[in-house]
Ligand binder design. Structure first.
Ligand code: DX5
Ligand code: ZN
Length: 218
């Protein structure tokens, strides 16, 4: 699955930009509150606008404090999968249950400095695990290859237990990094700059998907 991040889009042409990637699997919506991360992006209103523009699956990545207070707002805005950071809550399983009770998918994310091992036993509560391959907060940063160890650990656990949990990677994904991410075991790939900073975002999505598919079949 390829999930273009609208954080890298031209906001003055948001509608056109979202429609330009109608060949994507998901649309990734980065929510930043200026507290959990130093940057500020958008909130439920823009998310609802994107949902109106496209029928695509909205992958909503909450980089905010107190994510439990915002579940209803993002469900109402049209989120299909709501991803929160484990660093922002002390009850990740309770929050996952709350999200699933609303009838949408629940995901968790870990910052580069957060180990994955403590969460491997809890994967049955999640539809998605998001590994950050940059420090969250900004688009256009360099991919951190050491984060792929987390992907391998997730892949092993998910396969061993035969779980239905998607592994997604976010940060610095491009034509140069997507293949090694796919080989490590990722199913879904967020790409901001590598899609929207290209002259033809639609072609970029197609190319990224081809590279990931070929690498997976190796
Ligand atoms: C970073 C965001 C990413 C970001 C990725 O905090 O979570 O989704 O938009 O941007 P690129 O693909 O440019 O690294
Ligand atoms: Zn993101």
């Amino acid at each position: 699955m390829i999930a273009p991040s609208i954080l890298a889009a031209d906001f003055a042409r948001l509608g056109d930009q979202v429609r330009a990637v109608d060949n994507a699997d998901w649309i990734h919506v980065d929510i930043m509150d200026g507290h959990f991360v130093p940057n500020l992006s958008f909130g439920p209103d823009i998310t609802a606008t994107v949902d109106k523009i496209t029928g695509q699956h909205l992958d909503v990545h909450l980089m905010i404090e107190n994510p439990e207070d915002w579940v209803d707002a993002y469900v109402d805005a049209g989120a299909d999968c709501l991803i929160f950071h484990v660093e922002a809550t002390d009850d990740h399983i309770g929050l996952a249950k709350k999200i699933r009770q609303k009838g949408i998918k629940a995901g968790f994310s870990v910052k580069p400095g957060t180990p994955i091992e403590p969460y491997l036993a809890d994967l049955e509560h999640f539809d998605l695990a998001l590994v950050m391959s940059v420090e969250p907060g900004f688009g256009g940063q360099s991919f951190m290859p050491d984060q792929l160890d987390k992907v391998r650990a997730l892949r092993q656990t998910i396969d061993e237990k035969n779980l239905d949990c998607v592994i997604e990677i976010d940060g610095g994904i491009s034509e140069h990094t997507i293949e090694k991410s796919a080989e490590a075991g990722c199913d879904a790939f967020v790409a901001g700059s590598a899609v929207f900073k290209k002259a033809d975002p639609r072609a970029a999505v197609t190319q990224l998907r081809e590279l990931a598919t070929q690498a997976t079949h190796h």
